[in-house]
Design a protein around this ligand. Structure first.
Ligand code: NAI
Ligand SMILES: NCC(=O)COP(=O)(O)O
Length: 342
């Protein structure tokens, strides 16, 4: 099989006790059938080998310390750039001692992409609580990647989380914060900046010439004219008006309960939502297996499956690799399109 990609994708290991190893092995096994772009895992080959045995999967694993060799290895073996986990990992039993390796794997993936050795970053799921226990100070990948990017390019980066699936693209303006903090965090500036980044990345990266943004309200019925909460009229509407003045096709604030049915979704390219669950519930309900989490606003491409570590099914042969496969394909597509614009 000829694989028409030169630079491989850098795939971080995620939590080694979760389903990251399972879905990585399964995706690699389906590489020919699905025409997958070459990728290499940054993680512990012993964890992978043990999981392959547990799952009865015939996968040869080959260590490499050079991304440039991964593309040629990929046809015959799963390339692994080694970062040892440091303890014996039991599938389904997370341990804070693995956090250091999990974080190092993400950092390595980013540095390889920034150095031009890998095409894009794809991340396997991490368990936030496990990393917090070990002192990790970022809410999730999204914020960590923005920090790594900012340090690399020397200016602040606003990351925008987008769940992208065949039926819906949805962006939460506020991301990993408690619901009680949402109204205060939701400023006109944040809404405006998020929409500008969404508009620009949908144009540049996704090739949508004039993206249509549908902006959700925060309160029931988008505040019912101010009777059920004031943020919709006081904060969200002025931000939308400002965006429209800039020439961005944004509508709203729309009542969130009626903007996700089939007919409503046909009217926009992306739903701009006010908080995490307002975006991620419809995204996962409409496409759990084929939606991808993509971070906009970064100076490199990063995608991820839409799901988490699923500890309850790790090592049991129940995990589906579909969302990771979609994440690998989208990363290659976006990475290639970024290359062609250079
Ligand atoms: N990108 C990331 O790193 C993400 C990480 N997480 C983390 O994952 C951990 C667990 O989160 P949960 O809310 O339980 O969500 P989860 O996505 O891990 O699991 C939710 C349900 O979906 C099932 N499931 C998930 N992925 C599946 C797959 N590929 N195939 C078959 N079934 C699958 C699980 O078995 C479970 O029943 C949390 O610590 C969270 O922080 C959650 C979402 C994304
Ligand atoms: N619920 C989505 C999620 O937690 C993924 O976040 P991130 O780790 O990609 O920032």
């Amino acid at each position: 099989m000829a694989i028409p990609f030169s630079r491989p994708l850098a795939l971080s290991q995620g939590d080694p006790a979760g389903i990251g190893p399972d879905i990585t092995l399964m995706a690699w096994l389906r590489r020919r059938e699905l025409g997958l772009p070459p990728f290499f895992l940054i993680g512990d080959p012993d964890v992978l080998a043990l999981r392959a045995r547990q799952l009865n999967l015939a996968v040869s694993i080959r260590e490499t310390d050079e991304a440039s060799k991964a593309a040629s290895i990929f046809a015959d073996a799963l390339p692994v750039m080694t970062i040892p986990v440091g303890i014996e990992v039991v599938a389904g039993e997370p341990h804070a001692a693995t956090a250091k390796g999990t974080i190092a794997s993400i950092e390595k993936a980013v540095s390889l992409v920034i150095d031009g050795e890998a095409l894009a970053v794809v991340t396997n799921p991490i368990a936030k609580a496990v990393l917090y226990e070990a002192g990790f100070r970022f809410p999730g990948h999204t914020e960590f990647l923005a920090d790594l990017a900012a340090r690399a390019i020397g200016r602040p980066v606003t990351p925008v989380m987008m769940l992208s699936g065949p039926k819906l693209r949805a962006i939460p303006v506020t991301i990993h914060i408690p619901v009680r903090d949402v109204p205060q965090a939701l400023t006109g500036e944040l809404i405006t900046e998020t929409c500008r980044i969404a508009h620009e990345d949908l144009r540049q990266r996704f090739g949508i010439e004039a993206p249509r943004l549908a902006v959700a309200g925060l309160n029931p019925h988008a505040g019912e004219g101010g009777a059920i909460g004031t943020e919709d009229e006081d904060v969200i509407r002025p931000a939308i008006e400002g965006l429209r003045d800039e020439g961005i096709d944004a509508i709203g604030p729309l009542p969130a309960d009626t903007m996700f049915h089939d007919e409503a979704r046909a009217r926009y390219d992306v739903a701009i939502c006010m908080y995490h669950d307002q975006a991620l519930i419809p995204a996962k309900a409409l496409g759990f297996d084929d939606s991808v989490n993509v971070t906009l606003g970064l100076p490199f491409v990063r995608t991820s499956p839409d799901h988490g570590t699923a500890f309850g099914i790790a090592g049991k042969g129940l995990a589906r690799e579909h969302s990771l496969v979609a994440a690998l394909k989208l990363a290659a597509q976006l990475g290639r399109s970024a290359e062609s614009r250079r």
